[in-house]
Design a protein around this ligand. Structure first.
Ligand code: GDP
Length: 648
């Protein structure tokens, strides 16, 4: 089902046309409400020959027009621009056309009505005029149909054109996130509170829990009506009257948004792409106070121009709007801005980011780049932007804010991952570390930059901790976590995943009681020092066949063992063989001596030299090879030439 709206100068015959087409007098709906015949108010509908029902929003006043066009943002599928043949194009005709343009309404019919009042010649003059003003607007190629609501002439053509127009429009997407911008609220005896509006992005059903934003009022749907008929379910894109229990009428105002609890939240600041109307009387300036029309809400705002001091007629620019009251908005929602005095429509545009988080510094290149990224309409850039500005955060929250369709979102995510522009961390049961989708609340998204920044911060946290506490081997895990996340509350598993990444990269060591940098080792306690002294005595007692590394670990523990090697007190020449530093230096000197005198040395010769066993000597010589001191030639070793050594 589709919804269309009427547009055109006052008294040009919009309501009369709607009545002629539908048999419903929009002006009489109020009367019906008074007689409590229906809770389905404020619009008429028409059944096309195909059987399809079309809702028609028709409102008397000029401001009401703007509001209703917006209430249908994404909700109005097409517009009926009505021009009276006797008066022709009038100021509001132009203004409405400009608004249709700003709102991105792409489809419509242009109806020249009251043709019973004019002759052929006059009609063709008016038609020419109309063609002229339609040029360069979305309605440039719209069918132009003359008719008379009084004589009925041309009405069949209008109906046929409407059917053709609507047949070409795909059904509304169901994103599973219903929202209805409230354009009317009233009470009916025996029913209670009723709100009406155009339902977008999801379905509502009788019995659903609902929330009314921004106040956060909670209630339940008692009944639904579309086109005077009771329904169990209302579909996206339809005009709906919702009977709610549990919410007092007094607390709901026009422009509030009815939704399922927890799905949307309101905002006071939004990033937008703004276009001014071509007939703008004087430029828009930074800090101008204007009225924002979004959904069915009208809200005073302060305009912040981001990349320019002013916007002249017909210009496009980036802006932030600081709202005086919270509103619910979704990326790509359309809006209109009006100047309160002199009263005029100054421009409109679309929401790029309803949660920019903070006021942007003006004229900053990185801020302007971010706006471009959002306005690009490239799903991967849009998603990346949200990950940059909202992340690290659950992917499901981010994708929701991005308002991208499922398919778009998945393609975008795959691309970002493939190009390494995001890091997804799966916190699911067995998931630790950088992982693949699917998007769920358990998957957290980081921009590449913030991931690297987080790891770098972890590293420098540990660096300064080690510097402050040279005797402590580790920084307690909890302390690291709270310092790293600051005031944010990260799930514990997210922290684990960050730690895992540091460990995988080799610079972080996870100990039982905490974390340390691989390069950090603690000073010894007196007991440890005593153990070390005893151990070194054994090394001195049997210098060439000393205790193996495993034995060292058994004696002093792995940390001290590691520290002894790190500090060069012991030289670990192989996995298992270690020598005391002094012994190692002495052995090296003696081997070098043999090499200079005899030119080469074999394992057996070295073994005899030190009265050691093959195991120790082999490990020692292989170590010298690895250090590029010696080179193995067949069964013997020779000194590396000095030049050869220098080259390395
Ligand atoms: P709206 O303000 O655009 O909704 O205009 P209305 O529908 O209220 O019509 C304004 C006046 O124009 C009313 O007096 C109508 O009777 C008259 N009118 C509307 N359509 C026609 C038409 O096709 N022919 C003639 N002669 N008068 C019309």
């Amino acid at each position: 089902m589709h919804v269309i709206g009427t547009a055109g100068h006052v008294d040009h015959g919009k309501s009369t046309l709607v009545k002629a087409l539908t048999g419903i007098d929009p002006d009489r709906l109020e009367e019906e409400k008074a007689r409590q015949m229906t809770i389905d108010l404020g619009f008429a509908w028409l059944t096309l020959p195909s059987g399809e029902e079309v809702g028609i929003v028709d409102v008397p006043g000029h401001i009401d027009f703007i509001k209703n066009m917006l209430a249908g943002v994404g909700g109005i599928d097409a517009v009926l621009l009505v021009i009276a043949a006797d008066e022709g194009v009038m100021p509001q005709t132009r203004e409405h056309l400009a608004i249709i343009d700003l709102l991105g309404v792409q489809r419509g019919l242009v109806i020249i009505t009251k043709i019973d009042l004019v002759d052929e010649e006059w009609l063709s003059l008016v038609q020419e005029d109309v063609h002229t003003i339609l040029a360069d607007t979305p309605l440039a190629n719209a069918p132009l149909i003359p008719c008379s609501a009084h004589t009925g002439q041309g009405l069949d053509r209008v109906r046929r054109a409407l059917a053709d127009l609507l047949a070409a429009i795909p059904p509304r997407p169901d994103k599973g996130r219903p929202r209805l911008s409230v354009d009317r609220v009233f009470t009916l005896a025996g029913f209670g509170t009723v709100v009406t509006g155009t339902l977008l992005d999801g379905t509502l059903a009788v019995g659903d829990e609902v929330e009314i934003l921004p106040a956060g009022l909670q209630g339940r749907i008692r009944g639904l009506q579309t086109h005077k008929r009771r329904r169990e379910r209302a579909l996206p894109g339809t005009r709906v009257a919702v009977n709610i229990s549990g919410v007092d009428k007094q607390r709901i105002r026009r422009g509030d948004v009815l939704t399922h609890p927890g799905v949307y939240r309101s905002t006071l600041l939004m990033d937008v792409q703004l276009q001014t109307v071509s007939g703008l009387s004087h430029p828009l300036r930074h800090n101008d106070l204007l009225h924002l029309f979004i959904g069915a809400a009208e809200i005073p705002i302060r305009l912040r121009l981001i990349g320019t001091e002013e916007l002249r007629a017909g210009e496009v620019g980036w802006a932030q709007m600081a709202l005086s009251r919270p509103a619910v908005a979704v990326r790509d929602d359309r809006f209109i801005l009006r100047r309160p005095s002199p009263s005029e429509t100054v421009g409109g545009g679309r929401v790029l980011n309803p949660f920019p988080g903070r006021k942007h510094r003006r004229f900053r290149p990185e801020v302007l780049t971010a706006f471009e990224r959002l306005a690009s309409d490239k799903p991967d850039r849009i998603l990346e932007h949200y990950i940059i500005t909202l992340g690290p955060a659950p992917l499901s929250d981010i994708t929701r804010q991005s308002a991208l369709g499922r398919q778009e979102r998945e393609t975008a995510l795959n691309r970002l991952q493939a190009e390494g522009r995001v890091v997804l961390v799966d916190l699911g049961e067995d998931g630790r570390g950088e992982k693949e989708p699917p998007p769920s609340a358990d998957v957290w998204a980081f921009s590449r930059e913030s991931w690297e920044r987080t790891l770098a911060r972890l590293r420098s946290l540990l660096e300064s901790y080690h510097a402050d506490h040279p005797l402590r081997l580790v920084m307690p895990r909890q302390e690291v976590r709270s310092r790293l996340q600051g005031r944010k509350s990260w799930p514990g598993r997210l922290f684990n995943a960050i730690v895992d990444a540091g460990v995988a990269r080799g610079w972080l060591v996870e100990e039982k009681d905490g974390l340390r940098l691989r390069t950090h080792s603690a000073h010894f306690s007196p007991e440890q020092q005593a153990q070390v002294d005893a151990l070194l005595a054994r090394f001195r007692a049997r210098p060439y066949m000393p205790p193996g590394y495993a034995e060292v670990v058994d004696t002093v523990g792995p940390h001290v063992a590691e520290a002894l090697v790190e500090r060069g007190i012991l030289v670990r020449v192989s996995d298992s063989v270690v020598f005391w530093r002094q012994t190692y230096e002495e052995m090296l000197a003696r081997v070098q001596d043999v090499l200079t005198k005899e030119g080469e040395i074999t394992v057996a010769r070295a073994r005899d030299l030190f009265g050691s066993s093959r195991k120790y000597v082999l490990a020692f010589l292989e170590y010298l090879d690895a250090q590029h001191i010696t080179r193995r030639v067949g069964d013997t070793r020779v000194l590396r030439a000095v030049q050869e050594r220098k080259r390395r």
